[in-house]
Design a protein around this ligand. Structure first.
Ligand code: ATP
Ligand code: MG
Length: 387
């Protein structure tokens, strides 16, 4: 395996100082699958304090779990001391972290065989649980006894489904049965951690694996609203890799007020919550002419392209025509801020109170019907005629 120079340097420094060091987890898995790893995690027999003595630039990113981040060329490499997890009492956190000097201990606390392979240039691959075979067979299999592993940390069940969708792997039968039997334990996991795995699943290329989640018994605990839905998975996979778009499509048919409640329950950021809710509101909007397109732009604002994408996905229509219309109106006034008429202009003409707002909206509607009329004098004349 060809390691980046910085990684080689780290492993070599550990070795020179009398410690073992291996790359482990996602980077080894990705490499074996022919993909470029996005980061390199390192596991070592050195204790955090010892790692800090060897490398000049380190940050204590997760020192309580034994993780020190070594910074080289502004890139961070997480180095974690071999550990075995202490007893788990609440299906989520080990009571204590116990360091060990054996790689085998560290590998056996990892979730799936495909994530429990270590590698360095001296020893080659250390694959104690048949992870390489499972990668070849496209299988996700728990390390050890899956039921016990899910009881220790229930998030692993969500991770199983998420990896299945990201890698397009099946979940091995014994692991899947254990998952279904222990699904209720997901209630012990915080919504933030569930959401993170769920979003990774939705953003993957294999949303058909969402079926596993829907049939698992876990979904009822955080998203019962989608349980009875039938999805066109190919369609979801073809949508932009934009969580807002994908969620709005998945939530189609749920009343927008309830969509907002779902987003609140998932504790998403406010911007995403507002965007998904807004798209839900307008997915069934009918665009019939340029005026209705301008009107939709005024309602959707910066989310207009997302609205069109979801709308077309739902209707099974080609979005190109709508994007062409959008291009055609791109210089037209579709918001009060682009209107050549201000509240003060209206006050000067004698309009007062809440009529000012009404008049501005009337003028905007007029301009969206006839964009060439966006001119202060024309608009004042128009408003005088109406009020
Ligand atoms: P990704 O490409 O999504 O980052 P990854 O395999 O690196 O995939 P991480 O969540 O970054 O996944 O975790 C790094 C490694 O730590 C995993 O490969 C696995 O060995 C171990 N791990 C992470 N979370 C758990 C868990 N809940 N239980 C057991 N082992 C875990
Ligand atoms: Mg990772």
């Amino acid at each position: 395996m060809k390691l980046p120079e910085n990684v080689k340097y780290i492993l070599n420094e550990l070795y020179k100082n009398g410690y073992e060091g291996y790359i482990v987890g996602g980077c080894v898995r990705d490499h074996l699958m022919g993909k470029e790893p996005h980061d390199y995690d390192i596991t070592t027999s050195a204790l955090p304090e010892e790692v800090k003595e060897i490398f000049p630039h380190t940050v204590d990113t997760g020192i309580q779990h034994g993780t020190v981040t070594v910074i080289i060329d502004k890139i961070g490499y997480e180095i974690t001391t071999y550990r075995i997890d202490g007893e788990y009492k609440d299906n989520r956190h080990p009571e204590e972290v116990i360091f060990t000097d054996r790689l085998s201990g560290d590998l056996s606390r990892r979730d799936f065989t495909i994530n429990a392979i270590a590698y360095n240039d001296v020893k080659g691959y250390v694959d104690l649980f048949g992870g390489i075979d499972d990668i070849k067979r496209n299988v996700i299999r728990g390390v050890g006894e899956p039921a016990k592993r899910f009881q220790e940390d229930a998030l692993r069940m969500m991770r199983a489904v998420r990896f299945s969708a990201q890698l397009d792997f099946a979940i091995e039968e014994n692991t899947l049965n254990a998952l279904k039997e222990n699904a209720d334990l997901i209630r012990n996991i915080s919504i933030e951690r569930i959401r993170e795995e769920f979003f990774k699943l939705i953003l993957s290329d294999h949303n058909e694996r969402l079926d596993i989640l829907l049939n698992s018994g876990m979904t009822e605990h955080f998203l019962p609203e989608i349980l009875d839905k039938k999805f066109d998975y190919g369609k979801i996979n073809s949508l932009s890799r934009d969580i807002v778009v994908r969620l709005a499509y998945i939530f189609y048919g749920i009343e927008w007020g309830n969509v907002k409640k779902i987003m609140k329950r998932l504790r998403t950021d406010n911007k995403s919550m507002a965007a998904v809710t807004l798209i839900s509101k307008y997915t069934d909007y009918e665009i019939t002419d340029l005026y209705s397109m301008r009107k939709l732009v005024s309602l959707a604002g910066e989310n207009i392209k997302r609205v069109i994408e979801v709308m077309c996905a739902v209707k099974n229509c080609d979005s190109e025509m709508y994007f062409n219309m959008l291009e055609e109106i791109k210089n037209d006034c579709c918001s009060l801020k682009d209107l050549e008429l201000s509240g003060n202009d209206l006050i000067e003409t004698g309009i007062r109170g809440k009529l000012v707002g009404e008049a501005l909206n009337k003028a905007l509607d007029y301009v969206m019907r006839e964009p060439q009329k966006n001119n202060k004098d024309i608009l004042i004349d128009y408003i005088k005629g109406v009020f």
